[in-house]
Ligand binder design. Structure first.
Ligand SMILES: Cc1cc2nc3c(=O)[nH]c(=O)nc-3n(C[C@H](O)[C@H](O)[C@H](O)COP(=O)(O)O)c2cc1C
Length: 166
């Protein structure tokens, strides 16, 4: 079975922890990489990819993704499938909820490769760059306000992705 490359950027460790839980749910198919130690070649080596970022400031991705984002142009996304997840805080940042996820999506050179869209139900926010056509562009996790739901959300999302990463 094709391996899955998970590339995450995490400042305080929450996104890393979610990335680890996603990897665990996939069993030994998934390989974890911190984006700060990654290269375009590493990403190019996978057909199935998962990118994860937290949100910082209005529209900002996690810092290491901010630095890496220019390298995305060196990746050939043809034939790949990419799922995204983002962390944010809907109570404190209701006007820019998971904007890092939305910005990461916007910066992808090819949007057709994106799978794993996630429903808006169960979140309360005013605006999010990650919202598109009535869904989030990827899994949304809020460890500040809804940590108790994270494991169930991860499991459900991984089940959805298993139908895509075949
Ligand atoms: C200074 C600061 C700015 C933040 N800005 C946003 C934001 O604009 N939108 C949002 O949804 N969350 C925002 N957050 C919440 C973080 O994205 C959230 O705490 C996340 O879990 C951090 O993950 P990490 O530790 O893996 O980087 C912010 C947090 C801090 C401390």
């Amino acid at each position: 079975m094709e391996k899955i490359g998970i590339f995450y950027g995490s400042t305080g460790g929450s996104t890393k922890s979610v990335a680890e839980r996603v990897a665990k749910a996939f069993g030994n198919r998934a390989e974890l990489h911190d984006i700060k130690d990654s290269t375009p070649e590493m990403i190019n080596g996978y057909k199935y990819l998962i990118f994860g970022t937290s949100a910082w400031g209005i529209g900002d991705m996690q810092d290491d993704w901010e630095y890496f984002i220019y390298e995305l142009d060196q990746i050939n996304f043809e034939g790949k499938k990419v799922a995204l997840f983002g962390l944010g805080d809907q109570a404190e940042y209701a006007d820019s909820f998971v904007d890092g996820l939305g910005t990461l999506y916007c910066r992808l050179p090819d949007k057709d490769v994106v799978v794993g869209q996630w429903p808006l139900d169960g979140y309360k926010f005013a605006f999010s760059l990650a919202e598109k056509d009535g869904s989030f562009v990827g899994l949304v996790i809020d460890e500040e306000n809804q940590a108790g739901q994270t494991d169930a959300r991860v499991k459900k999302w991984v089940k959805m992705l298993e139908a895509e990463f075949v």
